[in-house]
Design a protein around this ligand. Structure first.
Ligand SMILES: Cc1cc2nc3c(=O)[nH]c(=O)nc-3n(C[C@H](O)[C@H](O)[C@H](O)COP(=O)(O)OP(=O)(O)OC[C@H]3O[C@@H](n4cnc5c(N)ncnc54)[C@H](O)[C@@H]3O)c2cc1C
Length: 282
């Protein structure tokens, strides 16, 4: 029986473990996770911090790992490639043990850049955002009511998402000529305040996240039922669904209503048509 040892219990490590288990159900698969949150979606941290996903456990992509031994709080510290062994430190008490493998996969993610020569990174109130533990520290600060303002260093995707989260995921509104277009980035349902505002604002176009076909229990992203509830609550003339999961894409867009589309590049042309139709009927 092949022994596969995977260092890292997040997206890369777990997807590798699931794939190997599917291809070789007899393989003995162990996953080491330095933290205790296997397969949590750190992509969802901004939504946890905005309050839209209030329970961080909902960030887990899955909680059952059939045929895979998940070892949480197990940090690999030394690899011995010649003897095919890894030294592992277990739990807070730091008990060390050695694990053997036939194949080893390293999937321990990236380390955020801590700019050299930038004093103050360790001061109270200064946070990195990468791990669940990082997000708990920010969450604690926010819930203590200590934060009156925030400065985000890093203005790419995660920085912008966090800016949105700290404003409690308020919608981005824009006016394109005489139409009103709302882009909502929230992950699950609406916050009631936002729903009321959107109803009053009467958007012509709406873009919102909808990742899945109807699920029994949607976890970290809206499914079709939740998205439809949002659309019915507003309701706009036309809706584009973004962040659509690949299973849905492959299913041929089944079950969508005429005025609801999966967002694609050619929507630029469709939006132009929407504006022209509106002008013609005005
Ligand atoms: C706030 C935020 C928002 C994001 N949003 C998006 C998004 O919207 N879309 C997108 O595509 N991507 C997004 N990303 C990026 C995405 O989350 C990462 O690309 C993805 O998590 C990488 O997965 P990974 O498994 O390689 O590493 P990680 O998710 O970093 O996981 C590393 C794993 O290795 C473990 N580990 C580390 N060291 C050891 C060790 N020595 N021994 C054992 N285990 C160890 C950790 O405990 C963890 O389980 C976002 C990231 C952040 C931080």
């Amino acid at each position: 029986m092949t022994r596969l040892l995977i260092m890292g219990g997040s997206d890369a490590g777990i997807s590798e473990a699931l794939r190997v288990h599917k291809l070789d159900p007899q393989a003995e698969i162990s996953v080491l996770s330095a933290d205790k949150y296997p397969n949590d979606s750190i992509c969802g941290l901004p939504f946890y911090l905005s309050g839209e996903t209030p329970d961080h456990r909902q960030l887990a992509h899955r909680t059952a790992f059939d045929g895979i031994d998940i070892l949480t709080n197990h940090r690999a510290v030394v690899i011995h490639p010649v003897g095919k062994r890894v030294d592992v430190v277990r739990g807070a008490n730091g008990r060390a043990e050695t694990m053997r493998y036939d194949h080893l996969i390293i999937a321990i993610g990236a380390t955020p850049v801590r700019p050299q020569g930038l004093p103050g990174l360790d001061l109270p109130g200064v946070y990195l955002l990468h791990t669940m533990a990082d997000s708990f520290a920010v969450h604690h600060h926010l819930t203590m009511g200590e934060a009156r303002s925030a400065l985000i260093i890093g203005a790419d995707y995660i920085g912008v998402e966090m800016a949105d989260a700290l404003r409690h995921s308020k919608a981005t509104f824009s006016y394109a000529r005489w139409t009103r277009f709302a882009y909502l980035k929230n992950s699950l349902g609406f916050l009631p305040k936002k729903e009321n505002y959107l109803c009053d604002w009467r958007a012509d176009g709406l873009a919102l996240n909808c990742s899945y076909l109807p699920q029994a229990e949607p976890r970290n992203r809206k499914d079709w039922k939740q998205a439809l509830a949002c659309i019915v609550a507003v309701p706009p003339r036309r809706t584009w669904l973004t962040r659509v999961g690949h299973t849905w894409l492959l299913s041929g867009h089944a079950g969508l209503l005429e005025h609801i589309k999966l967002a694609e590049d050619r929507d630029v042309a469709d939006r132009a048509a929407l504006f022209q139709n509106k002008a013609a009927s005005a």
